[in-house]
Design a protein around this ligand. Structure first.
Ligand SMILES: C[S@@+](CC[C@H](N)C(=O)[O-])C[C@H]1O[C@@H](n2cnc3c(N)ncnc32)[C@H](O)[C@@H]1O
Ligand SMILES: [Zn+2]
Length: 304
């Protein structure tokens, strides 16, 4: 698969319909707890892959700078509106399969609720590994096909696919659930060592969510999230991984020389880096392609 399809969120009201008014305060709070335990306390430059409207971005405040990457420009516009204008945030519209950054650039990255849109998950994980420096931390959330509800449905013959087999299941077009073992294997192949696992959203049940305040439910969820080290039966799994074996370092002089949080772009078409920034665009000196920079958003989805 050279160009995997993209699940396009252009003009989607995902943040307001799914989160702000979607009755998911519990899931949001449970994710905040997982992230608090898994994130490094501070860092230089964080990449958020599939940032959406920036729901999680304030949780990465320990990093000097955060790059929000999303295919949807309208999601990034919503993130700008939520987070406000600040040099701390860099907005990049690009395809996660073709990350427009120099090798070994980031010392932290996350990908939350985004892998489940990837028809070629190993490809996107390999790309994340390329842009991360050696020893950096990558936090991945994935949708787990082997969750209690799907096991029950399968046992009751109300679901055709087995939750126990290793292949992903595409339950809606470009929406995939994964088997944990498969994701762990992909991470290892890409050059990530899993350091911690947390199972999240144990109580994703309408009745419980209606009668118990979201904060309490999330607090109990937080207490049992560490059981994810031994088994994973929740619909959502968070893992903290460490990038190992990265031999590429930007500039060839070693990542230790990257003392500031400058974002160094790489041409998604020809692979050349660095690119040259002009006022309303960045240009590739190698292939001549130019990419738009408009209203604070870099757009690498196509050249102008
Ligand atoms: C379910 S939303 C999650 C947003 C955010 N991470 C959150 O948890 O609130 C998935 C996001 O992934 C983005 N996305 C899907 N496919 C992508 C791709 N190939 N490249 C970049 N972003 C992608 C979508 O535009 C969308 O904003
Ligand atoms: Zn180029």
């Amino acid at each position: 698969m050279t160009n995997p399809p993209v699940c396009d969120y252009t003009d989607s009201d995902y943040q307001s319909s799914f989160w702000d008014e979607g009755g998911r305060a519990y899931e949001d709070a449970a994710e905040a707890i997982a992230l608090k335990h898994l994130l490094p306390k501070n860092g230089r430059l964080m990449l958020e892959i599939g940032a959406g409207a920036g729901r999680n971005t304030p949780r990465y405040a320990g990093f000097e700078r955060i790059v929000l990457l999303d295919y949807s420009r309208t999601q990034l516009e919503q993130a700008q509106a939520r987070l406000g204008a600040s040099d701390k945030f860099v907005y990049v519209a690009a395809d996660a399969y073709r990350l427009p950054f120099a090798d070994g650039l980031f010392d932290g990255a996350t990908m939350i609720r985004t892998l489940h849109h990837m028809a070629d998950a190993p490809k996107v994980l390999a790309g994340a590994a390329r842009v991360m420096q050696n020893d950096s931390i990558f936090i991945l959330e994935f949708a787990n096909k082997q969750n209690l509800k799907s096991i029950l449905r399968w046992l009751l013959r109300r679901q055709s696919w087995s939750p126990f087999t290793r292949e992903p299941v595409e339950f809606v077009k470009l929406n995939f659930d994964f088997h944990p073992r498969t994701v762990f294997d992909w991470l290892a192949e890409a050059g990530f060592v899993v350091e911690a696992k947390r199972t999240v959203s144990h109580f994703r049940l309408g009745l419980l969510k209606r009668v118990i305040p979201a904060k309490w439910l999330a607090a109990v969820d937080g207490l049992i999230q560490p059981t994810g080290e031994w088994w994973q039966l929740t619909p959502s799994v968070f893992v903290r991984t460490r990038r190992v074996g990265q031999t590429h370092a930007f500039g060839g002089a070693g990542v230790a020389n990257l003392s500031n949080s400058e974002v160094i772009f790489r041409c998604p078409e020809c692979g050349h880096s660095p690119l040259v920034q002009k006022e309303a665009e960045v240009g590739c000196p190698a292939c001549g392609r130019r990419y738009e920079f408009r209203d604070g958003i870099y757009d690498f989805r196509q050249s102008v």
